[in-house]
Structure formats: structure tokens, C-alpha cells
Design a protein around this ligand. Structure first.
Ligand SMILES: *Cc1c(COP(=O)(O)O)cnc(C)c1O
Length: 364
């Protein structure tokens, strides 16, 4: 057990990640009696007027924040991003599908698609331990492919696409679990965007799927009903009981993003935080960055000393001053600082001070 803390820490967890304090406080205020309903959001019928309004407002706010065009459906589902690894081929693959494998999750998505048909990996950076987004163009896509799947931000390795790849007429599908709402994206360039909520949206248990309407209605016959996007769209994401509490808190986060100035302001803040952290690490002789410069993530910053014992010491010393969950994923080792929307600049600045002190103390 970790020592009991009386104050909140700066939590650099990759997911579930930290949430805006004001959102936590607001949900706490409403915990036992939502808006004079006399009950908690966790206790109310998902078909009653209180919750229907919560869900409607959450969707409307997300649409405004992300600029989701009218010809897209927004679905609030369960099962995490990992369930969408199956739903994507089940809903979209008629003959074949292409995948870019840029890390752990895109690898899993590719593997899952291969269970249903002819899936091909058209580009990968596996040979350099996913330290970059692999280069590819639309010429690398197979003729007649039903879609290209990418993972826009690679949470474990700390890389991100520098821009939306041009796939011509081929439907682009993106896992945006760890970068959704971190910067403006042109939704119209994608056929499908999906994201597990627990990184940049809200509590675990909710998965957001944004899908262009013309892609609905051609799921393969064996598709489980719950994974058929058309069924979910027609039922307003309430084919069964939705993750009510997670949708409610996600709605508060969508409002928080909007009130802060929207995704344009989020990008500004995220770039400022990431620039400070990358620059500090580049100038601290003890540390090496994992991601190549032109593929660096704004959300997950991966670095190491090269000595696993030193890495461990870094993580435990940092925790002592309230900088927690900095251990890297076991596939990369070292450290990872996840600096999602809710991480304040002050948290990153404190981490940077610690990095400098640690480097001075231990660099030879
Ligand atoms: C965390 C993560 C996943 C897995 O999400 P679950 O909701 O746990 O299934 C998939 N893709 C990316 C990019 C992630 O960061």
C-alpha cells in the first residue's frame, strides 16, 4: 500500500488518467442528489428524463467541442477501445482491410481483424521498437481495401501522427483513445474515430465511437448485436443499459474543455507542457527520449536513463514529492509521463524541476 496522502498528487498515469479537479468536485456535489432529483446519477433509470437530458447534453457538447459534422453519429458504448478492435472489422470489412502497426494497440487491432478476414499490415515501426510513426502513402494501400486503420497516438511508446494521413477514397479509421480532444482534428477526414474514455474523456467504462452515417448498416451477419454500430445508433446508444455514471462525468469534462476555450486552447496548453518537458529532457544529460523527434506525442512522453535501477530510483523519488505513476510500460521500460488535458502546467513544471535536480545529482 502506498502511504496515505492528504493532498492530491500530480498523477502522470497513462490511464485511467487524472481528471480536472473541478469536474471531480462537481460530480461529488451531485453525488447523492443530482439536480434536485433526489437520487444519484448511478441510481436513476437511463430512460428517465434526468438521464436522457444528461446523455443528450453530453453528446451535444462533444459535437460542439470536436466539430462533429451532422452526417456522423456519436455512440456512447461499453467494452473499451479493445472491443472496437473487433467491431471495426465486423462493421466495415467486406473483403479486406489494411492496418498500420505503430505500437501495441494497433498491433492488437490488426490481429483481431485478421480473425475475420484478409487483414494486412501495410507499414510498421516494430523493427525500431515503435519509436516513430512508420512512413507510408496511399500508394501502399491495397487496391479494393475496405479501410485503413491507424492508432493516432501510441500511448505506450509516446508517438503520434504529425498529421492526418491522406488515404484518398479509402475510409480512414482511427483509434484516438489517448489523444481525443487534445487538439483540433478535422473529423470529416475520418470514417470512424473511437476512443476509450479513461485517458482524456472521463471514467473508464465508456467508449466513444464517432462514425459517418453511410458506413452504418453493412455489418457482417455474424456481428454480435451489441457490436453493430447501426443497432446502437438506432437505439441512441441505449440498446441496453449504458454506462450512465461515466457518460455523466464525461459530459462534465466536455463542458470543462469547452469552458477552457475548446480544443484549440487545449492544443496550445498541451504544446506548451510538452515543449517544456521535451526540452528539459533533451538538456538533462542523464536521460534519453524514446520517440523520434518528428513522431513525438503531445500526451505521452517516454524517456529513460538506460539503467533500469536508476529508472526505478527516479520513479520512487518522484513519488515522494507527489509526482506519481511515472513508470514506463513494460514493453518500453524507463519512464512515461502522461500529460493529458487535465494535467496542469504546474504539474509538468514541477516534474521538470525534479528531472533537472535528479540529472544533476546522478549524471556522471
Ligand atoms: C488504452 C488504449 C487502448 C485500450 O483501451 P481499453 O479501453 O482499455 O480497451 C486502446 N488504444 C489506445 C490508443 C489506448 O491508449
Amino acid at each position: 500500500m502506498e502511504q496515505t496522502k492528504n493532498e492530491r498528487v500530480y498523477n502522470f498515469s497513462a490511464g485511467p488518467g487524472s481528471l480536472p479537479l473541478s469536474v471531480l468536485e462537481e460530480s461529488a456535489r451531485q453525488m447523492t442528489n443530482f439536480n434536485g432529483s433526489g437520487m444519484s446519477v448511478m441510481e436513476m433509470s437511463h430512460r428517465g428524463s434526468y438521464f436522457m437530458e444528461i446523455a443528450r447534453d453530453a453528446e451535444a457538447t462533444l459535437r460542439r467541442v470536436m466539430g462533429v459534422p451532422d452526417n456522423y453519429k456519436v455512440l456512447f458504448l461499453q467494452g473499451g477501445a479493445s472491443t472496437q478492435f473487433s467491431a471495426v472489422p465486423l462493421n466495415l470489412m467486406k473483403s479486406k482491410a489494411d492496418y498500420v502497426v505503430s505500437g501495441e494497440f494497433s498491433g492488437k487491432a490488426f490481429k483481431e481483424a485478421a480473425r475475420y478476414g484478409d487483414a494486412a499490415c501495410i507499414a510498421t515501426s516494430a523493427e525500431t521498437n515503435f519509436d516513430r510513426i512508420p512512413a507510408f502513402t496511399k500508394k501502399d494501400l491495397r487496391p479494393g481495401t475496405d479501410y485503413l486503420h491507424i492508432c493516432y497516438n501510441n500511448t505506450i511508446y509516446g508517438t503520434r501522427y504529425p498529421g492526418v494521413p491522406d488515404t484518398g477514397d479509402v475510409t480512414l479509421v482511427a483509434d484516438m483513445s489517448s489523444c481525443i480532444m487534445s487538439e483540433p482534428v478535422d473529423v470529416s477526414k475520418f470514417g470512424v474515430i473511437y476512443a476509450g474514455a479513461q485517458k482524456n474523456i472521463g471514467p473508464a467504462g465508456l467508449t466513444v465511437v464517432i462514425v459517418r452515417e453511410d458506413l452504418l448498416g453493412s455489418a457482417r451477419p455474424e456481428t454480435p448485436t451489441m457490436l453493430d454500430w447501426k443497432v446502437q445508433a438506432d437505439a441512441g446508444s441505449m440498446y441496453n443499459t449504458p454506462p450512465c455514471w461515466s457518460i455523466y462525468v464525461a459530459g462534465l469534462v466536455f463542458h470543462w474543455v469547452e469552458d477552457m476555450g475548446g480544443v484549440t486552447e487545449m492544443k496550445k496548453r498541451n504544446e506548451k507542457k510538452a515543449a517544456l518537458l521535451y526540452e528539459t529532457l533533451e538538456n538533462a544529460p542523464l536521460f534519453k527520449l524514446h520517440a523520434q523527434k518528428d513522431s513525438r506525442s503531445l500526451m505521452n512522453v517516454t524517456f529513460r536513463t538506460g539503467d533500469p535501477d536508476m529508472d526505478k530510483l527516479f520513479v520512487s523519488e518522484a513519488a515522494k514529492i507527489g509526482l506519481v505513476t511515472l513508470a514506463g510500460h513494460r514493453k518500453v521500460g524507463g519512464m512515461r509521463a502522461s500529460i493529458y488535458n487535465a494535467m496542469p502546467y504546474e504539474g509538468v513544471a514541477k516534474l521538470c524541476d525534479f528531472i533537472q535536480d535528479f540529472s544533476k545529482k546522478y549524471a556522471k
